[in-house]
Design a protein around this ligand. Sequence first.
Ligand SMILES: Nc1nc2c(ncn2[C@@H]2O[C@H](COP(=O)(O)OP(=O)(O)OP(=O)(O)O)[C@@H](O)[C@H]2O)c(=O)[nH]1
Length: 421
Amino acid sequence: MSYSDYGDNDPIYGDDLADEDRESRPRLMLMGLRRSGKSSIQRVVFHKMSPTETLFLESTSKINKDNIHSFIDFQVWDFPGQMDFFDPTFDTTAIFGEVGALVFVIDSQDDYMEALARLHSTVVAAYRVNPNITFEVFIHKVDGLSEDYKIDTQRDIQQTTTDELADAGLENVQLAFYLTSIYDHSIFEAFSKVIQKLIPQLPTLENLLNILCANSGIEKAFLFDVISKIYIATDSSPVDSQSYEICSDMIDVIIDISSIYGRAAIGAKSEGYLEDQQDGHDDWTQQQDDYDGSNGNSQHPRQGTQDSRPPSALVSNSSRAGSLNNHPVRTSDNHEAFSVIKMGNGTVLYLREVNKYLALICLLRAETFEKQGLIDYNVHCFKEAMDQVFELKRAERTRREMEANQMLEQQQRHNGMYGHG
Ligand SMILES: Nc1nc2c(ncn2[C@@H]2O[C@H](COP(=O)(O)OP(=O)(O)OP(=O)(O)O)[C@@H](O)[C@H]2O)c(=O)[nH]1
């Protein structure tokens, strides 16, 4: 996944929208009151900013447009909190007309009554223009709340919002609610679910993952966007947060190992975690959490560096990594990422690169992994099927572009004839 610079210079409204922004790529909007955490979410998820660094973010004064280039290209628009939809210069048709998902962020640590009123007016305005928008409500900053209070807050927000929308005659509007925080995996998990709704090939991908799991004895499989750690699809067995977290942590382990052995070892040592890993800790996930910043103390050496190297570049180095606590990390002949981590509790984590952006990560029992040949073969078939899915998409796009060009040429010829007449 690579990211464009922010579109700070883009004009904000209506007819001035840049041509590029009018493209049919899905658009995802981040809205909410000031200081609710919109820019922090965008920076942490898509730019690898450390959560603690967001403390120094300045207030957004105009729409930030962020082009995300990945397995699907989409745009994230970060709105200033003070934006007023009732301002006559706010062109709701242009803004909401092409939106795929609207993410509304509510600061759960603050009094949220004003935020709920704003959510209501936003949904009403957006739904009127575009009934196909999916509304996603992030009940954010829940790291500061106790477990009980989290549940109560969610119930209260959900109830009030749906009641008010029903009173306004909009009982059919679909809203999804998520408890999120930038200090743990919850924001990545929530974003995964939001992005999945924008992927037209999702049912096909899920189906392929189901077939893979059923035929290989895999307990859970995730298809991850490696850089953002968003999972774009999983098989249809229920997702438990722990499985997601452990797979997401595996990406960090592999990238870190690659980084260490790709750089001078002295550099890695000075960051103090090469030695930790070699001490033979069994509970490696805990270590990952620690320097992932999940507990609020982000020490992750990669975070904040806006590291957007393609995963394939990382992985060819990992063959030099040898083993991590006797877990092999190796690459195949064609330099695709491949890693297996066996954990003390009899679970095996299996990672394989699918393409430039995506990696497949599976959780399975050690007994099942004895048939590794079968699993490798099935994963190979899965990758081929994936290629076909995305190849079809590419072919469709090329066909549409050709048709558009032909129409343009015809129109020009037509205009030319009138000109001569
Ligand atoms: N505790 C906690 N603080 C958060 C979280 N997310 C963001 N923050 C903090 O909230 C403050 C405001 O964040 P911003 O991202 O600037 O908020 P914004 O919604 O973009 O604000 P505007 O640009 O004014 O609209 C920052 O100090 C962040 O560090 C979170 O999950 N938990």
